[in-house]
Design a protein around this ligand. Structure first.
Ligand code: PMV
Length: 275
């Protein structure tokens, strides 16, 4: 049983304030196996066993390909995988909407005030538009979107801390609304098979203005932009050290990859499927 991580293509942080965001599931995943006889140590596992009416003592073995705390939805993917697998083990499979609610509950404990975007992506998959409190919409795109996820370094802050940092910022409303507008424009362009590079850069600069991108990531982003790339962080970001993953679009991703390899920066090529 596997669940998958996600990349936010547009709209992180603004989504907390009711704006639209776009999120796509990626192929990096989390595998959970139920281990019988191992006593559960985690509140989440205990809860999942209780909900399934299970009597056996079970624990879980987690194997994850998703870098932790880097904006790729690792915590929601782990929570959903545990709940789903424990319920399957006790032959009480869980439906999507119920899984969304339980994953959200875990995310609330981990992140305080999550918009629900990570939980929605892990449960409903594909490429979706997400607006807090509204039903998700599956997005059909005309052309495959190829990008690189580039590691700008693990953030020194949690998602909760980054969301709070934005909450404290005065005069943020204009930037938040602008990010929402860009997310809607990107949605329309993807549907028509049009180029989104400029809008990705705009979203990237606005996140920098919101104060969620650190110096190291801004320097790297600008270097790649000078090579003609479109760059934004994806996820909550970070300012003390790294800012987590950045998404990079360029007509020649091989060229970007070779620069990153020379600088010993980790990256993952990702394809977002056309439908
Ligand atoms: O957990 P992350 O790093 O993928 O960030 C989630 C996106 C935020 O908009 C920053 C928070 C939220 O709950 O939507």
């Amino acid at each position: 049983m596997k669940t998958f991580g996600k990349v936010i293509l547009a709209g992180e942080h603004a989504v907390v304030y009711g704006e639209m965001a776009l999120v796509a599931q990626i192929s990096l995943g989390v595998k959970v196996e139920v281990v019988v006889g191992k006593k559960e140590t985690d509140l989440l596992i205990r809860k999942a066993v209780e909900l399934a009416g299970g009597k056996d003592k079970v624990g879980v073995k987690i194997t994850s390909e998703i870098p932790i705390g880097s904006g790729l939805g690792s915590s929601a993917a782990v929570a959903a995988a545990i709940i789903k697998q424990v319920r399957n083990y006790f032959r009480k499979p869980i439906g999507e909407d119920e899984l969304f609610e339980y994953t959200m509950e875990c995310e609330r404990i981990a992140h305080g005030n999550p918009s629900g975007i990570d939980s929605a992506s892990v449960v409903y998959g594909g490429l979706i538009t997400f607006v807090k409190g509204k039903p998700i919409e599956k997005l059909k795109i005309k052309n495959k979107l190829k990008l690189l996820l580039v590691n700008s370094g693990k953030p020194g802050e949690t998602t909760r801390e980054m969301v709070e940092l934005v909450a404290q910022q005065r005069g943020k409303e204009k930037n938040i609304r602008e990010i929402g507008k860009i997310a809607r424009e990107i949605r329309d362009k993807l549907a028509k098979g049009e180029e989104i590079g400029q809008l990705i850069n705009k979203n990237g600069y606005l996140l920098e203005k919101l104060g969620v991108v650190g110096k190291k990531a801004i320097t790297l982003a600008n270097k790649l932009r000078e090579m003609g790339a479109a760059v934004k962080i994806t996820g909550a970001g970070g300012v003390k050290t790294g800012s987590g993953m950045m998404m990079v679009i360029h007509p020649n991703l091989e060229k970007i990859g070779s620069v990153l390899r020379d600088e010993k920066i980790d990256y993952w090529p990702i394809t977002i499927g056309a439908t």
